[in-house]
Design a protein around this ligand. Structure first.
Ligand code: TGC
Ligand code: FAD
Length: 397
């Protein structure tokens, strides 16, 4: 007969294939055995270990849903489960993986020429090359359509573009071999995607200073991209895609990953809060877990994690069937980020003063989840995307 499992209250595992379950197990084992032991030092010292990308590449976690080019070609659900396991450890580690897989690799896979795919995807899949995604600028975050970065044709060298402008808050930029940069063509004013190879940029034309002393996501590395007449060969431009459809197609993939990932972080908060509440005793030797107010906090978090996982799985299945819309992705990205942040913050209370010690991990998740709610479209921006779809009226401007 059926048994209630607090770790998977609505039995989401019933919806996964054998292969998906095996992939989740592999990812969980790697994350718990190799990432978890490093995370406290990484977070304390803001020290992202570049080797992580290669380790992930070795077990097929990078660009996992891409078919061919050395990628695993798994379902979107399996890819989501990988993301969930990484973020169960830390959102910053998931960030490092997401920009490589969902943003840089997806962009090249969806919009690159066959030559670009052959050249870059297998090395990115192995983690031998690292990639980043430059959309946000110092003056344009939620509104990337107003970007100022420009690509102009070289005055004398035919077949070369010169990129000038600044991108900021770019995950992995300081360690990236390749930057997928979105810039407006000077001639048309239309946004185009360029693969900028660091090794081909003359000194002073492409700089990626790190942004240090972050108050969250400290286990990931973040920086700027500063381009000053940076020469990029025309063969490194995506030939056909134009406008925001390019970057947003990559974001659709990364945002759905976040819908899964945040549920991993929330489940970790729940498991840790549950364990703590069973051990910690206050008032006549009772464990905190015996008190109704504490139980409500655990019940709320377990419910939201279970609902959020089911919703992400549904959208992932629809995506593989070609039936997912960007609005569905906005809905699960927004809801799962919001619920993970609210619940993790409430679960934090169960730890009392100990929550202030990083050894309990909960404070790190809470700080991270605030950023996850902000990047890839801040939560309110996704509300406006949904509002537009519901009413037919856009409220951005
Ligand atoms: P809008 O008029 O809505 O659309 C412009 C064009 O883009 C197309 N489009 C999409 N295409 C595919 N998928 C989507 N989700 C799409 N959304 C829009 C649209 O069809 C249109 O095409 P066309 O051919 O008609 O030109 O554009 P807007 O300028 O009004 O945009 C408004 C808004 C708010 C929706 C958009 O700008 C937005 O989503 N802003 C949030 C910005 C954002 O998400 N930035 C993310 C930066 S990358 C990042 O954060 C990575 S963190 C990674 C990590 O560390 O994990
Ligand atoms: P703003 O756009 O200035 O928004 C500030 C606030 O105003 C938000 O709450 C927003 O919802 C609200 N707001 C804005 N416009 C409206 C409106 N019309 N109506 C109502 N409310 C509005 N970007 C990349 O391109 N690549 C990356 O790899 C990347 N990694 C990141 C890593 C980290 C650690 C962080 C912090 C950010 C990263 N980002 C990246 C940038 C991220 O996508 C942006 O921070 C995000 O899109 C929000 O933009 P903004 O910070 O400029 O905020």
């Amino acid at each position: 007969s059926a048994v209630f499992n607090w770790e998977d209250p609505l039995a989401s595992a019933e919806l996964f294939t054998e292969e998906e379950l095996a992939i989740q197990d592999t990812a969980r084992q790697y994350c718990q055995e190799r990432l978890l032991p490093r995370v406290l030092d990484a977070y304390r010292n803001e020290d992202y270990d570049r080797k992580i990308l290669e380790e992930m590449g070795e077990i097929g976690l990078l660009g996992a849903s891409i078919e061919g080019y050395g990628c695993a070609g798994v379902s979107t659900v399996a890819s989501g489960l990988i993301t969930k396991e990484v973020e169960r450890v830390d959102s910053g580690y998931r960030s490092g993986m997401s920009v490589q897989s969902s943003l840089a690799m997806t962009g090249i896979y969806e919009f690159g020429t066959e030559e670009q795919k052959q050249r870059f995807l297998p090395e990115l899949a192995k983690g031998k090359l690292s990639g980043c995604f430059g959309l946000t600028e110092p003056n344009h975050g939620s509104d990337p359509g107003s970007m100022e970065t420009v690509a102009r044709e070289h005055p004398t060298k035919k077949g070369t573009y010169l990129l000038t402008g600044s991108k900021t808050w770019i995950t992995n930029s300081p360690i990236a071999d390749l930057a997928l940069v979105w810039a407006k063509l000077e001639t048309t004013g239309k946004i185009k995607g360029f693969i900028v190879e660091r090794s081909r940029c003359p000194p002073g034309t492409f700089e990626t200073p790190a942004i240090k002393n972050k108050s969250a996501l400290r286990a990931s590395i973040t920086g700027m991209i500063q381009m000053d007449d940076c020469p990029v060969p025309a063969e490194n431009m995506f030939p056909d895609v134009e406008g925001l459809t390019g970057p947003f197609t990559c974001l659709n993939s990364a945002r759905l990953g976040i819908a899964f990932g945040t549920m991993g972080a929330l489940e970790d908060c729940l498991a840790r809060a549950r364990e703590y509440s069973l051990e910690r005793k206050q008032f006549k030797g009772n464990p905190l877990a015996k008190y109704q107010l504490v139980q409500k906090k655990l019940a709320d978090a377990a419910t939201d994690a279970a609902y959020g996982t089911l919703a992400a799985v549904q959208v992932a299945r629809l995506k593989d069937a070609g039936k997912a819309t960007p609005e569905m992705i906005s809905m699960v990205k927004r809801q799962n980020c919001d619920r993970a942040l609210v619940n993790s913050r409430i679960l934090q209370e169960i730890f009392g003063g100990n929550a202030a010690s990083d050894e309990y991990h909960i404070g790190r998740h809470v700080a991270n989840l605030f950023v996850v709610q902000t990047y890839e479209g801040q939560s309110d921006i996704h509300a406006l995307i949904l509002g537009r779809a519901i009413t037919g009226k856009q409220a951005f401007v």
